[in-house]
Unconditional design. Structure first.
Length: 290
């Protein structure tokens, strides 16, 4: 039952998760490091640890990918083709430093491979794709933009009487908490797509029954793969000083920067907490950039 092709697909899926880990490391630590609240080492350790924990919590997104995108099952080589397409896209965007969604790259590759091998679009659950993939793709950045705008306006209003020093001290501590919650939520969203692909491959090969949920061993393997990817890429980012990261992110006044990063992470976490348990696939990057 565990054929060579199935083992190859599992290995490709874990490679995809590994690449996704170092692909998104900068998003996870940029605000905390650029505002000098945490050192790069502290931010990396916190982000990686909470990403790992978050990856073990929920499986709704994984269930969407394993049974809610393609009708029935696919040949293992088709799933391998989908993974290769997503891996190539991730590497290209990482090399070109382009912000992109690993989740939507993988889902798009899976849909494209399924359509080609079946000869038509009838094999796709289009209602699920529209509701849980396409709509969140366009609405989550807009929700992030509006939420970020309103929260920042509110913060400027209530903090106007306080000095920059007082604001700086308060938001330095609060930013650590908000960054930790975002790292946890990020893990609960991002690792699940690979869990879903591996589960789908196991169902397609007959190892698991149709409709089976994600096994614990698959959860742990995906969480570990993403953790390793984050740690390896983090070694490259340690070469940048906090001043370099501050310049790259355009930080001028630490108090304002900490306020802005503090207001961004709660609204990202809110979007994730509402939509991820419902099985919606999201990408952190366009939400965070708002």
């Amino acid at each position: 039952m565990f054929s060579t092709t199935l083992i190859l697909v599992v290995a490709l899926a874990l490679l995809f998760d590994f690449i996704n880990g170092f692909h998104d490391t900068a998003n996870s630590i940029a605000t905390s490091v650029s505002t000098r609240v945490l050192t790069p080492r502290q931010a990396i350790m916190m982000s990686a640890s909470l990403n790992f924990v978050g990856a073990l919590v929920s499986v709704k997104v994984a269930d969407t990918i394993s049974s809610g995108i393609v009708k029935g099952t696919l040949e293992i080589y088709v799933i391998a083709a989908a993974l290769l397409g997503a891996i190539i896209w991730n590497l290209v965007t990482w090399y070109l430093a382009l912000p992109s969604s690993s989740s939507h790259a993988l889902i798009g590759s899976l849909i494209g491979s399924a359509v080609v091998v079946s000869g038509g679009f009838h094999v796709i659950y289009w209602s699920n794709v529209v509701e849980k993939v396409i709509v969140p793709l366009f609405t989550s950045p807009l929700i992030g933009l509006v939420a970020g705008y309103l929260v920042m306006k509110f913060l400027y209003l209530i903090l106007r009487p306080f000095s920059q020093r007082a604001v700086n001290q308060k938001f330095s501590r609060l930013q650590i908490l908000s960054a930790a919650v975002m790292a946890y939520s990020h893990g609960s969203n991002d690792a699940q797509k690979t869990m879903g692909i591996i589960t789908f491959a196991l169902i397609s090969s007959g190892v698991l029954p149709t409709g089976a949920s994600v096994p614990l061993v698959v959860k742990v393997a995906c969480a570990v793969s993403m953790l390793i990817g984050k740690m390896i890429e983090a070694r490259e980012q340690r070469g940048l000083s906090q001043r370099d990261l501050a310049k790259l992110s355009g930080v001028k006044q630490p108090a304002i920067a900490r306020m802005e990063s503090m207001k961004s992470t709660p609204q990202i976490d809110t979007i994730l907490k509402v939509l991820v348990p419902l099985g919606y696939t999201l990408t952190i990057t366009p939400i965070q950039e708002k």
